[in-house]
Design a protein around this ligand. Sequence first.
Ligand code: SF4
Length: 505
Amino acid sequence: SKVYVPRDSAARSVGADEVAAALAAAGHEVIRNGSRGLLFLEPLVEVETKDGRIAYGPVTVEDVASLPIATAGAHKLRLGNIEDHPYLKNQERLTFARCGITDPVSVSDYVAHGGFEGLKKALGLGRAAIVAEVTESGLRGRGGAGFPTGIKWKTVHDAAADQKYICCNADEGDSGTFADRMVMEGDPLMLIEGMTIAGIAVGATRGYVYIRSEYPDAIATMKEAIAAAVAAKWLGANIQGTDKTFHLEVRRGAGAYICGEETAMLESIEGKRGTVRPKPPIPALEGLFGKPTVINNVLSFAAVPFILAKGGAAYKNYGMGRSRGTLPFQLAGNIRQGGLVEKAFGVTLRELVEGFGGGTFTGKLIRAIQVGGPLGAYVPAAQLDMPMDYETFAAAQAMVGHGGIVVFDESVDMAQQARFAMEFCAIESCGKCTPCRIGSTRGVEVIDKIIAGDDRDANLDLLADLCQTMTDGSLCAMGGLTPMPVLSAIKHFPEDFDKPAKIAA
Ligand code: SF4
């Protein structure tokens, strides 16, 4: 019988390659699928049976000999039918519906599981009608900013130019996030399909996927998937025999966090050093090589095939308020069951962290949760019942961002976390503007004084003032949002900043 072992790098990091090799050596037909996102169970081995896929995990090489592959029977690692596992069953998987089920680079497998239905639909629609469908869905940029995707596409659609571009931001530098990587390694054809639909909608014939160099597996898998899509005529010239053309290339980043900022990414794709461009002009009008450009995150493009295939209204049906559809949340940090959980907006932090995540890995109480990456606020445990919704989080001086959720237990020192946030900005600042370049370095020094108990009240005032300057005067979100984790730590955990003053020797 067929056996599935993920080729996802999270699974590989805990021995999936060795497990796959041992299963193959034992004579089993091994298929390397994407990960289901139940990372705490990787390497997850699935055996195909007439009753669905029976899973075992986490499997080590030593376990392989004892696995009852032929019968899919009892074993201490047996998890039953994987689709019935509560971690999967309680999700609302629109974007990740296929991830972990298919061979990521097989076009026929992709098509057999509903792939390219959205592109087929798009090929039969007018350009404006595609944009209208995306607008109707209520999709907002999944990279973190939450800007309505339909409006962005319409701006590029309406712009007159001899050349337009589609750029996918796959820099995913935020700590605790891995959903983009999982798409690229587990269902890359979906991203290709989404970008191709965008190209057809706005009249762009060229696209780039900008992937961070820390993701060698994602880069390799994307390239493999692009070649497969071109060979099957779903990408390239005259897609499926129509007059539509879309060429797609992978561009590799070089390790700078700031290249996840959209204009710095454009500079980097153009072969320059990644520094932020002032806006205006907006990239939708003057983007890559000065041409109108759609820039979206991996998850935004990945949501598009569903929207076209099932209709914008079907997508909009999920969610709350102005946050429509689903978000693939990423559970990380000090958590028992880390992994990917796709849910409609409106799910609470508690449901994610305690329900799916099972609480902290250490078993201690949850103290803080950083939501939305290193520039996101530290949310206290008292706010665990907050629903995941762009506006609710903004009202609480926090952000949903890219859906990264990093859990800290009661042993965390929040003054050190505030320092870490400021230091991160000092290290990753592109240096273009003063509030960020100088402010972050001065910020670390001031926090050090506060931690040392040196003139505490005056230095807290100074830090508040500095944060205001960074918020108001920074050119981009790096310097502009760094105060968010810093100030949230002070606001919610003041006791951690109230150390006794050093006594002079
Ligand atoms: Fe560069 Fe920081 Fe200014 Fe952004 S805020 S442009 S990263 S110096």
